[in-house]
Design a protein around this ligand. Sequence first.
Ligand code: 2AM
Ligand code: CA
Length: 266
Amino acid sequence: MAYNSPALNVMTAAARKAGRPLVRDFNELENLQISMKGPADFVTHADKRTEHILIEELSKARPGYGFLGEEGGVVEGKDATHRFIIDPIDGTTNFMHGVPHFAISIGLEREGKLIAGVVYNPVTDDLYTAEKGHGAYLNNRRLRVAGRKDLPQSLIATGLPWLGREDGMNRAMVETAAVLGATSGIRRFGSASLDMAFVAAGRFDGFWERGLYPWDVAAGIVLVREAGGVVSDMDGGADMLTGGSLLTSNEHLHPQLLKLLKEAGA
Ligand code: 2AM
Ligand code: CA
């Protein structure tokens, strides 16, 4: 059984509560006959409502904690030591296309250090939780990163640029080619928080992406660390929460991936 602190229970309850109407929206979206503008508006509404429920539930249980959210930005709290970092729908494009691979992501910071994380896919009901010093779990089952030591046997996830984010396109292509030529393959599933949860669960051997925001990765960082993984930015430094790039893997493959991506010359 997972050890759940009161704070982690609060985060889990908020994710589950916000997840229920989100699943209803997701099912409705599949059947909906909407105008071209419709789906985007519908998803924006679902996104905002989900963030609203999360903030409401979390601040009811922890009044005074601050927030950093994808929709709402920074909300200063009276308690300057604690902050929730939340993404109401991580994997919005999947959500919009009826692909059941998206998550609610909630990280908790104390004095600038990440101490707990929840990543919840409400469609599959997969709940990933982690707390500093207490391990990472999927639905109460303890998680451990994969033990593979060699790149040729490894399966690596990434995220790639899209329309409107072409600035990093060439670099992403060069890095992707380098990893494709050195591993068993790449997966691009479209939700950074779930990619990190999958690394924690030992499904993916590693994950890297550029252009990420704190709410994409806050909870995932705690998950992979507590599952025994290594997380850094793509220069090998510790600026992965706010620096915009992230590389995570096990202790054997992390340095190899870092070197491979650097040598890709991007
Ligand atoms: P989001 O769904 O919360 O926006 C995957 O590459 C990461 O990039 C996801 O965590 C996703 O977070 C973000 N992202 C933002 N816009 C995207 C888009 N149009 N297509 C794919 N990913 C996007
Ligand atoms: Ca996101």
